[in-house]
Design a protein. Structure first.
Length: 100
């Protein structure tokens, strides 16, 4: 499991915990006299999408426009893919080729 996100309040952490699949847990930690909550879970694109991370919803819309032959922001697409490549490397997961 990986740390998927951190939160300042338990309610937000618990709400996001319900959005992901697979093994998961919330761990509280104290930093500088403040409690933070870490959401641990499986690093999958589905979980990241469900958490609203890495602009995956925006990527989905860009890819749909591209697939339909409509205009789409190629520069933004490249920017998102660049960030996703870094994230994929960090979490040791593969970037789906149809996203490129």
């Amino acid at each position: 499991m990986h740390i998927l996100n951190t939160y300042e309040d338990r309610d937000s952490a618990e709400a996001d915990e319900q959005k992901i699949t697979g093994d998961k847990k919330i761990v509280s930690d104290r930093e500088d006299n403040q409690v933070i909550y870490k959401l641990f879970g499986q690093a999958t694109w589905k979980n990241f999408y469900n958490l609203g991370m890495f602009n995956l919803q925006e990527l989905q819309q860009l890819l749909e426009n591209r697939k339909l032959g409509q205009s789409y922001d190629q520069a933004r697409h490249s920017e998102i893919v660049k960030m996703l490549k870094y994230s994929a490397n960090s979490f040791d997961i593969e970037l789906p080729p149809h996203w490129l």
